[in-house]
Design a protein around this ligand. Structure first.
Ligand code: CAA
Length: 254
């Protein structure tokens, strides 16, 4: 499939999605986000893809494309917002890792927040500068950021528009790992995930995502049902049998 603003490379069982509009620091326009949307549908249906890494050519993404937004009416702004696609990425049934270098700002950082894990380079600069444009994060940022780093730090970042360096981002828990080569590290991690049962991974992800929204008791009931459903899979039998036989499990996603 031809994409204009993204490119996809398959490496073993991982799809690497590149935000590929470097002249504009990968600013996200509507067409680019629609391409991401279609790509994630395709990758969800492809059993050969076990994980996805999102990264960018030259840097991650400097936010939504401001030139596309300047004259929007409120109705058009509703349609322009990227939250549906970012929700789809958050709910994607396989692990999604953001490998960040350079700027991850505004909608770019919201995209990274929709991923399961964020690995960043020492040169990464993160923030929500929307307030300087007379708006605020509108693609899930006000919801995901406080859940990840706490409401007061989220307010500090969103109210000030401050762009923070990697030390601060790590201290805040906005990124999980800081390494020289975030893509290589993300691929290494994806390779580890690829050895596991994709069904168990999918269910674990659903449970953890559910925990962000539900009351703990209700979340534990949800988890109990999902956990029990693992026992309907061949992968569970294989995983436990392999342990008992002191060998490495070979999961088939069944
Ligand atoms: N939208 C459109 N174009 C952008 C852009 C954006 N968000 N960010 C960068 N660009 C373009 C610049 O206009 C410039 O293009 P030209 O060469 O054609 O002039 C090119 O990318 C390079 O940018 P700079 O020359 O500005 O590079 P710099 O290194 O001097 O500065 C920067 C880098 C600090 C990231 C600066 O580009 C900047 O402040 N960008 C805007 C960041 C921002 O406000 N992001 C939030 C957008 S709103 C949003 O995301 C809403 C939402 O919640 C969905």
């Amino acid at each position: 499939m031809y994409y204009e603003f993204i490119s996809i490379k398959i490496q073993e069982e991982t799809a690497i999605v590149y935000l590929d509009r470097p002249k504009a620091l990968n600013a996200l326009n509507k067409a680019m986000v629609m391409e991401l949307d279609k790509a994630f549908d395709k990758m969800a249906a492809d059993p050969n893809i076990k994980s996805v890494v999102i990264t960018g050519v030259k840097n991650f993404a400097a936010g939504a494309d401001i030139s596309n937004m300047v004259n929007l009416s409120p109705e058009e702004a509703k349609d322009f917002s990227f939250w549906r696609t970012f929700n789809k990425i958050e709910e994607f049934p396989k692990p999604v890792i953001a490998a960040i270098h350079g700027f991850a700002l505004g909608g770019g950082l919201e995209l990274a927040l929709a991923c399961d894990i964020r690995i960043a380079a020492p040169d990464a600069k993160l923030g929500f500068p929307e307030i300087n444009l007379g708006i605020f994060p509108g693609a899930g940022g006000t919801q995901r950021l406080p859940r990840l780093i706490g409401p007061s730090r989220a307010k500090q970042l969103i109210f000030s528009g401050q762009i923070i360096n990697i030390d601060k981002a790590k201290e805040y828990g906005l990124v999980d790992m800081v390494v020289e080569d975030p893509l290589a590290e993300a691929l290494k991690l994806a390779g580890k995930f690829a050895e596991k049962s994709p069904i168990a991974l999918k269910l674990a992800k659903q449970c953890i995502n559910h925990a962000q929204e539900a009351e703990q008791k209700q979340g534990i009931e949800f988890e109990a049902l999902a956990w029990a459903s693992c026992f309907a899979t061949e992968d569970q039998k294989e995983g436990m049998q392999a342990f008992l036989e002191k060998r490495k499990a070979v999961f088939k996603g069944k």
